[in-house]
Design a protein around this ligand. Structure first.
Ligand code: NAP
Length: 339
């Protein structure tokens, strides 16, 4: 609960969660259902969604009329994603109370071994899945009723999670700590997660007067099916830069995300390293323990270059040890190149 009380009312609310057939999306769905929310979950695989629905419904219901519905759609495809609109109409959901864009995946490897398809995969799976869904639902979620008291007071109240005669709705976009510091191995993933941060910053400004609060989540490592795949693919040099941080459990990660929204945080971190990396690139970012962040930002300004230099030395070591980074001695050409 935040300074102004609970800022994320879940009981009897309806939410849409993408990427909820497994991993963090599913963990969030279970916890939100157990708090009284009805849910529409989205991913590509109907088999996984059916199984996820069963798992969510096995959590104790708070109300008899709580429901879980699913939409099997590849969210990269706008037409497929648009099917969320008739589904909401059929369910009689005028305005979803929250939207969590959790679909995403990281397939790290050396850039020189990536094809244009790998690069597209990163941007499409992480950025496009998110933007398509927000474009479809944000217009439906906004509240155009004039506030009881206009002006700066109303603005401050929305910031504090109080909408007066208007309920606050929430959009949470799932980025990553690499949005603050990207490094070798994440050329297909990091740019998409940085784009999500930038997208969130822009729509946060625009949607707030309409009582829609936009949060961007920057999770650190957590255990999930996706994390397992990512770790299997990760080059050794990439693992080394990342360090030996132990992933937290997916349930703990979901708890921290919900707590962050409840506290009114606009940038949500799930471990200390994420908060430190955010502080190192503080700039115009929304603050979270702002005074401490300014101090850490000063430290970052001094040691950031040194850390990057150290990583460069480490990468040189791998370059020598592995005899270069190209795996197939044949750099694949960008298939879309026009000349
Ligand atoms: N795990 C970590 O350590 C970590 C760290 C930082 C950030 N993150 C981010 O946190 C989010 C959740 O991660 P996770 O580890 O829980 O992922 P995950 O286990 O791989 O789950 C990803 C979910 O996204 C769905 N999905 C993938 N592509 C899709 C598409 N084109 N259209 C619709 N749904 C799609 C998948 O279901 P289908 O296969 O059925 O489509 C699945 O439900 C991701 O955005 C990830 O990038 C993860």
């Amino acid at each position: 609960m935040g300074f102004f009380g609970t800022q994320f009312q879940v009981d009897k609310k309806v939410g849409v969660i993408s990427g909820a057939s497994q991993g963090l999306g599913l963990a969030l769905a279970k916890q939100l259902f157990a708090k009284g929310a009805s849910l529409i979950i989205i991913s590509r695989s109907e088999t996984k969604l059916k199984n996820a629905k069963k798992q969510i419904l096995s959590c104790t219901k708070v109300h008899e009329d709580q429901f879980v519905e699913y939409l099997a759609a590849d969210l990269i495809d706008y037409q497929a994603a648009s099917k969320i609109i008739p589904l909401l109409d059929r369910l009689g959901v005028d305005k979803p109370d929250f939207l969590f864009c959790c679909a995403g995946a990281a397939h790290p490897q050396y850039f020189l071994n990536m094809t244009n398809k790998d690069l597209d995969f990163g941007m499409d799976t992480n950025y496009k899945t998110c933007v398509n869904l927000v474009e479809l639902l944000a217009k439906r979620m906004i509240d155009t009723t004039p506030p009881e008291d206009g002006g700066i007071l109303s603005d401050l109240k929305i910031t504090a999670g109080i909408g007066n005669n208007r309920p606050i709705r929430h959009i949470a976009l799932f980025s990553s700590e690499v949005a603050f510091y990207n490094f070798l191995g994440y050329a297909e993933y990091g740019p998409a997660k940085a784009a999500i941060k930038a997208f969130g910053d822009s729509i946060r400004h625009e949607l707030k007067p309409y009582c829609v609060k936009v949060h961007v989540v920057f999770p650190g490592n957590f255990e999930s099916e996706g994390y397992e795949v990512e770790n299997r693919l990760k080059p050794a040099a990439c693992k080394d830069i990342e360090g030996s941080s132990k992933p937290i459990s997916v349930d703990r990660c979901a708890e921290l995300v919900i707590k962050g929204i409840d506290h009114g945080e606009l940038y949500i971190h799930t471990d200390l390293i994420g908060w430190v990396l955010n502080s190192f690139s503080l700039g115009f970012n929304p603050r979270n323990w702002g005074l401490f962040q300014v101090i850490v930002a000063l430290v970052g300004a001094i040691v950031g270059g040194l850390i990057d230099f150290f990583h460069q030395v480490l990468i040189q070591g791998y370059f020598r040890k592995e005899g270069g980074f190209i795996r197939n001695n044949n750099i694949k050409q960008d298939e879309n190149k026009s000349d």
